[in-house]
Ligand binder design. Structure first.
Ligand code: GLV
Ligand code: MN
Ligand code: MN
Ligand code: MN
Length: 395
């Protein structure tokens, strides 16, 4: 709740978008808490924060526990924050109990998980895993044309560490489910076995800017109409790929965006996801082909830019087993679950054994200021995280 005071939203949630002044303030609060817990802070050139508790074996690679402190523009208090602060709670608990682990434990706050301000999502963990170059990340621009690199420097969080130089023994991430399954199944813990993959496609449709009153219907080159038909087609493609596929449009910009002007340009984003690689790629191919056909029929220009992608992930079976065993040992009801949302764990899984723990959220709501969890749900997942992390870090 202290973190949630920083970057308040307009409806009880948070607007602490990446590399804003509020993000800077949240980072300083997290750093203060890490200092108080006796952790040593390292920061890499993407601004990702690594707070380290030493282990007893100087040669042992660290166990990483992390998530993100940035939010959507209309985000909840728990998406990401729960995972970072539960990592901190793991080390505070070890401190309180005077327990030392063989492996160091590093609590991590990844920069720009959300991708709302700078696409793609999970940008810093993507650079860490070698999926993007640092130059690519620094050149990402927000809606006002400000670059990631300039904004990172402006808020003062360009660290001196080379990105991805760290080696991980294991990576754990605790997150709210962001969907309705655990609550509907009345389970306290989601044992996350996989994460679905995604493509983010940015379409630019070019029509002819013209008067909506005086341009006859037969003489319009209507980019807005093409967008509407493409939106409907994306829905149809996703429905035809059930079970296990989703697709939708979350953002669009009509230009000039005036009531009585047919848009000369429409830019909109398509987000498609599936745990099945073949299905995901086939959906992308089909959507691009059908969009080109729809646009051509209306005489509208159509260009597509893939602005975000990751493959479906299978998490490490040994770590997944440890999460399940911890839930069982604690007497917590649990079930296997596939993450519908993307997480930094997906990129971490490319470079280390990784997995996640999930807890339910009220009405399955997330990316919404009304996002909520109960204290009991939060605590149960944090207990599971603690046991799985400590077993991996070895006492
Ligand atoms: C990131 O939050 C995503 O899953 O879209
Ligand atoms: Mn998140
Ligand atoms: Mn999110
Ligand atoms: Mn996410």
């Amino acid at each position: 709740m202290e973190m949630a005071k920083i970057g308040p939203g307009v409806a009880g949630g948070n607007n602490r978008q990446t590399l804003t002044d509020a993000d800077n303030e949240g980072r300083h609060l997290f750093k203060r808490w890490c200092d108080e817990a006796g952790l040593a802070m390292g920061v890499d050139r993407m601004g990702t924060m690594f707070a380290r508790r030493e282990g007893t074996d100087p040669d042992a690679l660290p166990v990483y526990v992390g998530s993100h402190l940035d939010t959507q523009p209309t985000g909840g208090k728990f998406d990401g924050v729960l995972g970072v602060l539960s990592g901190l709670e793991v080390v505070r608990t070890l401190n309180d109990l005077g327990i030392r682990t063989k492996h160091p434990i590093v609590v991590t706050n990844w920069t720009n998980e959300e991708g709302a301000r700078f696409a793609p999502a999970m940008l810093a963990s993507g650079v860490f895993a070698g999926a993007h170059t640092l130059d690519y990340a620094y050149a990402r621009q927000d809606g006002e044309g400000k670059s990631f690199g300039d904004e990172l420097e402006r808020i003062g969080w360009v660290g001196d560490e080379e990105v991805g130089a760290r080696k991980m023994h294991a990576y754990f991430e605790y997150h709210i489910e962001q969907g309705p399954i655990l609550e509907a199944e009345d389970k306290q813990i989601g044992v996350v076995t996989h994460c679905q993959g995604l493509w983010w496609l940015e379409f630019t449709l070019t029509g002819k800017e013209a008067h909506t009153g005086s341009t006859p219907m037969t003489m319009r080159v209507n980019a807005g109409l093409a967008m509407a038909r493409i939106l409907e087609m994306v829905q149809k493609v996703a429905m035809e790929n059930q079970p296990g596929a989703v697709g939708g449009v979350g953002q669009m910009r009509f230009s000039p965006n005036s009531r009585n002007v047919l848009p000369g340009q429409v830019v909109f984003t398509v987000d498609i996801r599936s745990p099945d690689q073949a299905k995901l790629d086939a959906m992308r191919t089909r959507i691009e082909a059908e969009a080109a056909r729809i646009a051509a029929e209306l005489g509208v220009g159509c260009a597509v830019d893939p602005v975000g992608h990751f493959d479906p992930i299978t998490f490490d079976p040994v770590l997944v087993g440890r999460v399940r065993a911890a839930a069982e040992k604690l007497g917590l009801s649990n079930m296997n679950i596939i993450s519908g949302a993307g997480h930094d764990a997906c990129w971490a899984a490319k470079v280390a054994p990784a997995t996640m723990v999930m807890c339910p959220c009220v009405d399955g709501l997330s990316h919404n200021e009304a996002e909520d969890i109960s204290r009991e749900w939060a605590a149960a997942g944090a207990d599971v995280l603690f046991h799985a992390v400590v077993e991996t870090a070895e006492i």
